[in-house]
Design a protein around this ligand. Sequence first.
Ligand code: UDP
Ligand code: MG
Length: 345
Amino acid sequence: MKKPVLTIVVPCYNEEEVLPETFSQLHDLLIDLMQEELVAENSKILFVDDGSKDRTWMLIHKASLKTDLIRGVKLSRNVGHQNALLAGLFTAKESSDCVVSVDADLQDDISVIREFIHKFNEGYEIVYGVRKKRETDTFFKRSTAQGFYKLMQKMGVNLVYNHADFRLMSRRALQELERFEEVNLFLRGIVPLIGFKSTSVYYERKERFAGETKYPLKKMLAFAFDGITSFSVTPIRFVLFIGLASFFISLVFGVYFLGLKFFGQTETGWTSLIASIWLIGGLQLIAIGLVGEYIGKIYKESKRRPRFIIDIDSFNMPMKLPLRDNKDIIDESFHYDLRNVSETN
Ligand code: UDP
Ligand code: MG
């Protein structure tokens, strides 16, 4: 059987602390996979620099000069994890039979990539990496994340439970992914919509190897909110439901107040009046805000802006790359010890 060409796509944002280790671990893994005759010799690892402000691109660039297995794409600015990932997937698509996406921080057990390949060879087009337990996450992260998955499921969004963006996709699946032109990108929700023969592989999630999370609470909430409003109209239905309920309740109360008026006790309270004004006002604001949220999405989608812009691409264009930092001359005699990339300048 023909060995598949594999590309491992790694989005990176300010990951200088962890990259040397990531280079070396992924590099070793890829060498192993080649020796086991599981993947073709021209398989590669593609690092996407998502507009980092630290030395991330310099490290990627240097590593790519040291080994043919490592290539890089530099985006013109920070576009966020999902879009950076997409940039990598589409860059790799043409020249790969399958693409694996994994985070730079080595939280996902990269050794299961071997199992991904086995599944791919068995004919699966999409293989999801699913976390068995989340013991290493903080209690807060774990409960918010799991609550999020449950909530999404309740709202009718089809997600693979406990699966982040660690997955294998075949070229065919990527070609179909390209037809999803949405700007509000939530890959975990889109990929299951592609369909095809899919399966899951289970692994233990580890702690971040170095550096800190690029998803603080604020970004996490925004991500969750984006996921919900991009995929589900349940919030709008919910508002409609509340509106209807409060309408009927107010009808009942209206009858009651009229009753009070005609059968004697006329001093209708200021309290009920002001309370209902606040209630209705609040409801209207919620409703308008939510509708606005969806209109905002339509607005964004209708512009069809590019989702990412590539500055430098050493994956498809193997050429002398302009290096921002010119005093950085690469020592050709340097061995392939990728752990040392950061110490050679
Ligand atoms: N990332 C990115 N662009 C961003 C934020 C994050 O490319 O704007 C990358 C980051 O470098 C990492 C991956 O997305 O490889 C996941 O981020 P992180 O590990 O910080 O998220 P967490 O695992 O804490 O949810
Ligand atoms: Mg992480």
